[in-house]
Design a protein around this ligand. Structure first.
Ligand SMILES: Nc1ncnc2c1ncn2[C@@H]1O[C@H](COP(=O)(O)OP(=O)(O)OP(=O)(O)O)[C@@H](O)[C@H]1O
Length: 378
């Protein structure tokens, strides 16, 4: 027990926040370990900013607790916690130079002058702008301003740095550079970062763990691989990456595998990793990632295969996207790596398609789970 506490930087336990009677965050629990990079990911309005603001003390939970380093800080406002927040609007002081922007918080805390000099120099080094102390804020590029905002937050040595979509105003190339940069800074500083985003690519690129949210609930909290390969339900499967979802009925389970029925075919598939075991008769979805659908010769030996007609093709440089309609009239999409001189199919071609049993995952239907949850007494 003690060991977990020591390792945990911040934790939300059964946290609820309501606005006008509606839960923006609905019984969310999550633990973030020291030195982890976490993303909160979900569509607009799912409650990720509200959760972040509660972790930072800008909002207070109606129910549940926030623990910082094992201490209950639920009632302590932002200025009383050793957390720092960076927003999309960086809110740097335009009338001060870079040094004074970064030093501001330390001066307020009456940190000795020599220590301020040392700590500001240290963080400027960390964000790779060591010569920029005397630069005016108005003379920084977008990426440099981002780094200065990060330096200003890190100079306070926060236990946790909370970042609310700080990269979303940047153009694509700069955004990708800053993703790498942010990850490097986090690694080198050993800090605990919690990053809010609605961009799945951003979350997958940077995070040790991702919390996927929808309608105030935390649907899944796990490593990028877990979330991608073992999604908790059909919403997570669709929100992260691209996948084919096929409605199926569970027939039964056998040594960690499920048997499901799909259009009269009996298929063996991977069972969900968490939650209660899928019961016979349950209706759910089969998730098969676009890149797991094999086409042509590579499908010939597979146990799960059928004939399909190519109805559309998209050339994507390294990858071909095929839209296919099976003999049963089911629409599927396949992504295949495209090699120069490799075989390519065209519209109207009839091909074998198939997938390995372990690549088809049974996921619970998100909407019916939601209905069950709503029907349950609070
Ligand atoms: N201060 C507030 N007063 C009333 N409703 C609020 C307030 N803050 C948030 N909400 C509502 O709570 C829900 C969750 O909002 P939140 O900002 O946490 O979502 P989000 O996932 O961060 O969305 P976005 O990506 O658009 O910023 C939304 O329905 C929002 O309208």
């Amino acid at each position: 027990m003690t060991e977990i506490r020591e390792e945990t930087a911040i934790e939300a336990r059964g946290v609820v926040k309501r606005f006008g009677g509606k839960a923006a965050v609905d019984h969310v629990s999550l633990q973030v370990k020291r030195g982890e990079f976490i993303s909160l990911l979900g569509p607009s309005g799912c409650g990720k900013t509200t959760l972040l603001r509660m972790l930072g003390g800008l909002e207070h939970p109606d129910q549940g607790v926030i623990l910082l380093g094992g201490q209950d800080v639920s009632a302590i406002p932002a200025y009383g916690r050793n957390t720092n927040m960076i927003f999309q609007q960086l809110a740097l002081f335009p009338h001060m130079d870079v040094f004074n922007n970064i030093a501001y918080g330390l001066k307020v805390k009456k940190v000795p002058r020599a220590e301020i000099q040392r700590r500001v120099a240290e963080v400027l080094e960390l964000v790779q702008l060591p010569e920029y102390g005397s630069r005016a804020i108005t003379q920084l590029s977008g990426g440099q301003a981002q780094r200065i905002a990060i330096a200003r937050a890190l100079v306070n040595k926060p236990d946790v740095l909370l970042l609310d979509e700080p990269l979303s105003a940047l153009d694509m190339q700069l955004r990708l550079d800053m993703q790498r940069e942010l990850k490097r800074i986090q690694r080198e500083s050993g800090g605990t970062f919690i990053f809010v985003t609605h961009d799945q690519g951003e979350a997958l690129n940077m995070s040790d763990r991702i919390g996927v949210m929808r309608s105030g609930s935390l649907l899944q909290y796990g490593t990028p691989d877990e979330i991608y390969e073992r999604p908790a339900d059909s919403f997570v499967a669709k929100f992260i990456g691209e996948t084919n979802l096929l409605p199926v009925r569970v027939l039964g389970a056998e040594s960690g595998r499920l048997h499901v029925e799909w259009h009269g075919h009996r298929l063996q598939v991977a069972a969900p990793q968490s939650g209660p075991a899928a019961a016979a008769g349950e209706q759910g979805q089969l998730s098969i990632r676009f890149e797991y659908i094999r086409v042509g010769e590579e499908a010939a030996e597979l146990p799960n295969r059928t004939k399909a007609r190519v109805v559309d093709t998209v050339y994507g440089g390294t990858m071909m996207r095929y839209r296919l309609v099976s003999d049963d009239g089911i629409e599927l999409t396949a992504h295949r790596l495209h090699q120069p001189g490799g075989l390519r199919y065209g519209i109207g071609d009839i091909v074998d398609i198939g997938w390995r049993s372990e690549d088809a995952i049974y996921v619970r239907d998100h909407d019916s789970m939601e209905r069950d949850r709503e029907g349950r007494p609070a």
